[in-house]
Design a protein around this ligand. Structure first.
Ligand SMILES: Cc1cc2nc3c(=O)[nH]c(=O)nc-3n(C[C@H](O)[C@H](O)[C@H](O)COP(=O)(O)O)c2cc1C
Ligand code: SF4
Ligand code: SF4
Length: 269
C-alpha cells in the first residue's frame, strides 16, 4: 500500500484498509511516500501482486508531486485500488485524473473511494470536518478493504464504471493548483520566534523546502500542505488567519459546516 499523507488523515485511512486486508490474509507492505527520501526509495513493482494507493485531494486532484511521481512507475498490468481523503469540497476530478495516470502507467484500476477528513486549512481557522476521519469513517475504510480485496486478488473481475472527468479542463485544474495561495497568503513561518530547533518541520516537508533554522520556506515548491505547522512540538509555526476565506468558501460551495459534516465515505466499485 502506497500513501502520501502530510498531516496524517490519509495515513489513518491507509492503516484501517491495511489492517483489514491483513486480517483477510494478505501480506501487506506499507510505503509512505510523503518525504522526498521515501519517494526516492527503489521499490520493484514486480515484487508485489497488487497495489492500493491512498492520497489526499489537493486542489481537486492528487497533489502535483504525487502525480509526477506516479508517472515514474510501471504498473505491468498489476491490479490496483485507489482512495482519497478530502476536506469536504470538490473531490471528483481526483478519481478521474489519478485513474488515468495509473492506467497510462499500465495499472488496471479496480476501485476507488473517498473519505471525508479534516481540512488542512483548519490549521489556519477553517472548520471543515474537524475530528474526521472518525470511527465511522475508519469502519467504512474496513468495508472498502472487504470490497476491494477479491478484486485485487482477481477472484472478483468486476470493474468500476468510468470515472467522470467533471466540468474542468486540465488547464483549469492546473490553474486551481495556484488558488491555494489566495487562501494561504502567508506560507508557514516562525516569524523570528524561538524554538527548540528539533528540525521536525524540515524532516516532514514533502517538498524539501522548509528550513528549520530561519523557520521559513526557502525557494518555490511549497505545497501549502501544512505538515510543518502540524508537526511543530513548540507550536510556533503559523500561516495567515484563514477564517475570512472559510465563510467565503462555504458561500461559494453553497454549503454549511454542518452539511459538510454529514458527508460519508463513497465507494466506486
Ligand atoms: C493545498 C491543499 C489543497 C486542498 N484542496 C482540497 C480540495 O480541492 N477539496 C477538498 O475537499 N479538500 C482539499 N484539501 C484538504 C485535504 O484534501 C484533506 O485535508 C486531506 O485529508 C489531507 O490529507 P493528509 O492529512 O493525509 O495530508 C486540500 C488541502 C491542501 C493542503
Ligand atoms: S518543528 Fe517547530 S520546534 Fe522543531 S525546529 Fe521546526 S519550528 Fe522549531
Ligand atoms: S514548507 Fe510547505 S510543503 Fe513543506 S511542509 Fe510546510 S507547508 Fe508543506
Amino acid at each position: 500500500m502506497v500513501y502520501f499523507s502530510p498531516t496524517g488523515n490519509t495515513r489513518h485511512v491507509t492503516h484501517a484498509v491495511a489492517d483489514r486486508c491483513a486480517q483477510l490474509g494478505s501480506n501487506i507492505t506499507l510505503w509512505d511516500i510523503t518525504s522526498p527520501a521515501q519517494r526516492r526509495e527503489n521499490v520493484d513493482p514486480a515484487a508485489f501482486d497488487a497495489f492500493v494507493f491512498g492520497f489526499p485531494v489537493h486542489s481537486l486532484r492528487a497533489p502535483r508531486l504525487v502525480r509526477q511521481w506516479l508517472r515514474t512507475w510501471q504498473g505491468d498490468k498489476k491490479r490496483c485500488a485507489m482512495f482519497f481523503t478530502y476536506g469536504g469540497f470538490s473531490v471528483h476530478p481526483a478519481h478521474y485524473s489519478t485513474g488515468r495516470i495509473l492506467e497510462q502507467q499500465g495499472f488496471s484500476v479496480v476501485a476507488s473511494a473517498q473519505f471525508p477528513s479534516a481540512h488542512t486549512y483548519n490549521l489556519g481557522g477553517w472548520e471543515a470536518l474537524a475530528h474526521r476521519p472518525d470511527s465511522e469513517d475508519l469502519q467504512a475504510a474496513r468495508r472498502y478493504a472487504d470490497a476491494v480485496y477479491p478484486r485485487l486478488l482477481g477472484t472478483d473481475t468486476a470493474l468500476p464504471s468510468a470515472f467522470e472527468q467533471g466540468d474542468y479542463t486540465t488547464k483549469q485544474l492546473d490553474h486551481f493548483e495556484d488558488f491555494r495561495y489566495r487562501i494561504v497568503t502567508q506560507l508557514p513561518t516562525r516569524s523570528g520566534g524561538e524554538c527548540c530547533l528539533c528540525r521536525q518541520c524540515e524532516k516532514v516537508c514533502p517538498a524539501g523546502v522548509f528550513a528549520a533554522e530561519p523557520g521559513e520556506v526557502i525557494g518555490s515548491g511549497c505545497l501549502a500542505c501544512l505538515a510543518c505547522v502540524a508537526v511543530c512540538p513548540d507550536q510556533v509555526l503559523h500561516i495567515n488567519d484563514t477564517r475570512a476565506t472559510w465563510q467565503k468558501k462555504l458561500r461559494m460551495g453553497q454549503t454549511s459546516a454542518s452539511a459538510l459534516n454529514r458527508q460519508k465515505a463513497v465507494f466506486y466499485l
